[in-house]
Design a protein around this ligand. Structure first.
Ligand SMILES: C[S@@+](CC[C@H](N)C(=O)[O-])C[C@H]1O[C@@H](n2cnc3c(N)ncnc32)[C@H](O)[C@@H]1O
Length: 240
């Protein structure tokens, strides 16, 4: 099990002041789908039948999470994000509410959605202890903060301690998907996973890590990386 000490978090928790519709969504809608460090993580968290559970760690602005959840009504998603502005953005995507004038009395998901997202708006490491062994089918870790300086290497999310926890939470055959556009983080991730006996890289040919997987959804972060000339890689690892 994950050590119960409170891990230190180094990223940003807040950005520009959140106003109007977004702050109302955080106040009034987030509590309906938020999970806490005490929540029991299971398919029963959702009000609809759920066949599988997926976790996205550090969902940023939420484009990937929102779209995957819209496409897969029988999958229950857990999204973890520390950055409050990102959480607020996800709420606008799933409710369709962008401006204060759009705010109805009761806030609902958009019509093409079901109740299949739960949000942990804190450091995912604080939730690990609540996630049962072999309960998740897929984990997305897309463009994690690279912390490229050598002296910050211990802040990188892909590390032996976290990999052990992710492997524990995944079912055998479950997938850990990692994408990164950062040169240092590419080598770091490949090395960390190569040294971890709990995962097997699913690559079938030398090139497939350069191509987006078939069920891929682009994010703002990825589009920015491509515009700036950085080529992302996509790594799927199977839990052995
Ligand atoms: C570089 S951004 C990428 C965001 C998004 N995945 C994308 O592709 O657009 C990394 C995100 O991970 C979040 N993050 C970093 N460590 C985290 C943790 N331990 N728990 C939850 N979120 C985390 C950060 O707040 C940040 O929003």
């Amino acid at each position: 099990m994950f050590d119960t000490h409170t891990p230190k978090f180094f990223g940003r928790r807040k950005g520009r002041t959140i106003r109007c519709a977004k702050s109302t969504l955080l106040e009034k809608f987030l509590p309906q789908i938020r999970i806490s460090q005490q929540s029991v993580i299971s398919p029963q968290m959702y009000s609809i039948p759920i066949k599988k559970m997926y976790l996205e760690i550090g969902f940023g602005n939420g484009e990937h999470l929102a779209e995957q959840a819209r496409l897969h009504h029988d999958i229950g998603f857990i999204g973890a994000e520390v950055f409050q502005n990102g959480v607020a953005n996800l709420l606008t995507l799933i409710t369709g509410i962008k401006i204060k004038d759009d705010l109805p009395e009761n806030i609902h998901l958009t019509e093409d959605r079901v109740d299949n997202i739960r949000i942990f708006d804190d450091d995912i490491r604080l939730l690990f202890k609540q996630i049962p062994d072999a309960s998740l089918d897929k984990i997305f870790l897309l463009f994690p903060d690279p912390w490229p300086k050598k002296r910050h290497a211990d802040r990188r999310f892909v590390n032996p301690e976290n990999l052990k926890e992710l492997a524990r939470c995944l079912k055998t055959g479950g997938i850990l998907r990692i994408a990164t556009d950062h040169k240092v983080y590419k080598h770091w991730t490949l090395r960390q996973l190569h040294q971890c006996p709990l995962f097997r890289w699913t690559a079938t040919c030398g090139n497939d890590w350069k191509h987006e997987p078939s069920d891929w959804v682009q994010t703002k972060y990825q589009r920015k990386a491509i515009l700036e000339g950085r080529r992302p890689i996509f790594l799927d690892y199977e839990k052995i």
